[in-house]
Write a protein that binds this ligand. Sequence first.
Ligand code: CO
Length: 466
Amino acid sequence: MAKVKICETVLRDSHQSLIATRMTTEEMLPVLKQMDEIGYHAIEAWGGATFDSCLRFLNEDPWERLRKIRAEVKNTKLQMLFRGQNILGYRHYADDVVEYFVQKSIANGIDILRIFDALNDPRNLETAIKATKKEGGHVQVAISYTTGETYTPEYYVDYTRQLVNIGADSICIKDMAGLLKPFDAEILVKAIKKDFPDLPLELHTHYTSGLASMTAIKAIEAGVDIIDTAMSPMAMGTSQPPTEPLVAALQGTPYDTGLDLDKLNVISKYFTTLREKYLASGLMTPKVLKVDVNALLYQVPGGMLSNLISQLQQQGKLDKLTECLEEVPRVRKDAGNPPLVTPSSQIVGTQAVLNVLTGERYKMVTKEFKGLVRGEYGQTAVPIDPEFQKKILKDEKPITCRPADLLKPELEDLRKKVAPYAEQEEDVLSYALFETVATKFFDQRKAAKLNLDADNADKEQKIHTV
Ligand code: CO
């Protein structure tokens, strides 16, 4: 029996899920050398919302973060989360931007690209997969897991087959909402392993609904190869299941991870101090640490739930929360039953809130929801009812081709626009994804440099006068 491998998420998903992606590079650096000695299969350290958060909230260059992490983590593979044709943004980008982003991610230190599409439309993954192969990276494709009509084990096995055919080196079951139940995980893992016994299979889940550790054990028994976990001070709640208890649970069994609990404990102590700091500052709230069964009742991921609450709070309509939660599955069904993950979770969530607050369903329709119904994000697993489509689109025609085929190359034009700010080749990519926040970051970076120069000149002056 093969040993189970561990992918550690504390530097990416764990803090994205618990503290709105606010862990800084400075907070990560002191513990990286020790993490590198653990023997993890991989450390998930970049991508997802970290890129946006670096630029928007932390005044950090995400590329610089990656290079700093890579300089400390010399032996362990670094993994990132990549949203297919959306890259790390919220819309589809032209192929040349996707290709260049992949190239620069690998050049700056990423080994494994975990690529997924919210709608499980393989056409949205093709460009990123090809580019990763070309640059010599490992392509892991993550299946967006959800439940309901169409989403049978056969559906996931069939999707896996399509992904293998277009170049996936490994597969991850990505259960972003914590919906995957232990015995369903057993059935699903066995079904995929039956047809693809040699294809590495990973499980990514969230503790949100309280199932994650149980689900991990059943998936392991069924033959899953790699489990995503987070160091215990940054685990559970909306984050991943904790690393240390899983390592302990598997010790002395055929699935033994071989990881050393004493070494892990040193790292755990480091993150305990950070956790206390986050709790004291209010960055971490007890709200995200408890078991939340709403995920099981409404298929709403943790992040989506907090978005819904804040949208309703802003309008003073928090009393409508249950009504909105009940509207979510109905809107989801109308939109072709997509998995709820960025960006479909925000699109469906916002539309559900509008449907409830305006008092009439689809009286107001967001641009994004219209785009989803039109096929701008790709093909949904369940075809959208043509009548509903007509009601939403009016005279506009739905699109059926690969959405990115409608996009012209963007890179040349972006290079011209970013030229006044650029200090490194990667800046054009930051600009492409988050034009406004990137520009602000570039201005601040320049101002900080000028200040530093002024400081140094000042110091020199003082030395001379002494
Ligand atoms: Co996740």
